[in-house]
Design a protein around this ligand. Structure first.
Ligand SMILES: Nc1ncnc2c1ncn2[C@@H]1O[C@H](COP(=O)(O)OP(=O)(O)OP(=O)(O)O)[C@@H](O)[C@H]1O
Ligand SMILES: [Mg+2]
Length: 287
């Protein structure tokens, strides 16, 4: 087993700009969390560059550090060592250019649909008329214009998720960070949301970092799928997905390339899960 170690903060917090190019760059990132008296190494030598308008998925065993990495890109967590850069600047706080979307849609039940879509714009003090115009435009794009004045509690799960998509994209973020955004949906709704999101993404092309446990979802949506290993979390495979766009659900069953990508990724993931299990057992025996 690798030794867990405490990693001290480096000089990376300085506000200098370096090598702008990739909108998001992780450079030699290591990170630990303190559990009781122990420092547990979560990420080690984590290096990843994501280009403008790229759609990159991160997959890997539970607990390998996917959410931690995403939080760093969003400026919610600072790496103890190494750098996480947004346009060449350290991500040390939230940015107007970056939007988040999570598994739970986090809609506010006391606000009507349109007011939920307007929320982020309100925080940024966009004037009311402009907010309304943009919210209505996005409700049209997610085909919910008739529900602008509805109570969110009356919507189906899929409709709620479309409101959440509208609320995320209405601010024209350059970067969208998504943590298992469709995990709470049933299979059919999930497939619909994947298509819906892919369609909207293709029109706007923000840079997307998408965390998922679903390999097929990752392949279907992404330009690249990055596979992480656990303890400490690091990248062990980076696969370019060369399927034509627009992607369709039929590709899952009809594209030999899709099948090839799935076989490669699921094989590697199985190896990583087995290796993690072996390490856990070895640690248990030693304890
Ligand atoms: N705030 C925190 N304090 C202490 N430990 C944490 C904290 N956040 C995460 N961890 C630990 O760091 C490791 C990585 O967590 P993280 O949530 O990034 O994994 P993940 O890959 O997103 O997992 P999952 O697939 O289950 O969502 C886990 O062992 C977790 O227990
Ligand atoms: Mg997670």
């Amino acid at each position: 087993m690798r030794q867990t170690s405490t990693v001290r903060p480096g000089p990376e917090s300085a506000q200098r700009i370096e090598e702008p190019g990739a909108p998001i760059a992780f450079r030699n990132v290591s990170h630990n969390f303190i559990h009781g008296k122990r420092a547990v190494l979560v990420l080690e030598e984590f290096d990843l560059e994501i280009g403008a308008s790229e759609f990159v998925s991160i997959v890997g065993p539970s607990g390998c550090g996917k959410t931690t990495a995403l939080s760093m890109a969003g400026g919610l967590e600072r790496p103890r060592h190494g750098r996480v850069l947004l346009d060449g600047r350290p991500c040390d706080g939230t940015s107007d250019d970056v939007a988040f979307m999570f598994a739970r849609d986090a809609l506010l039940p006391w606000r009507r649909v349109r007011r939920n879509v307007e929320l982020g714009m309100e925080v940024r003090r966009v004037p009311a008329a402009e907010r309304r115009r943009r919210a209505d435009e996005w409700l049209r794009r997610v085909r919910l214009e008739e529900f602008a004045d509805s109570d969110v509690l009356h919507l189906s799960q899929g409709m709620r998720q479309r409101v959440a998509i509208a609320r995320t994209l209405v601010q024209s973020p350059r970067v969208v960070l998504m943590d298992e955004p469709f995990a709470a949906l049933d299979a059919q709704t999930r497939a619909n949301q994947q298509q819906e999101f892919a369609r909207l993404w293709e029109a706007e092309r923000p840079t997307v970092v998408f965390v998922t446990h679903d390999l097929e979802e990752a392949i279907l949506l992404s330009d690249r799928v990055v596979l992480m290993a656990a303890r400490p979390g690091r990248i062990v495979a980076d696969l370019r997905i060369d399927l034509p766009r627009p992607r369709t659900q039929e590709m899952r069953t009809q594209s030999p390339d899709f099948a090839g990508y799935l076989e490669t990724l699921s094989g590697r993931l199985r190896e990583e899960v087995a290796a993690a299990e072996e390490r856990r057992q070895a640690e248990g025996e030693r304890a």
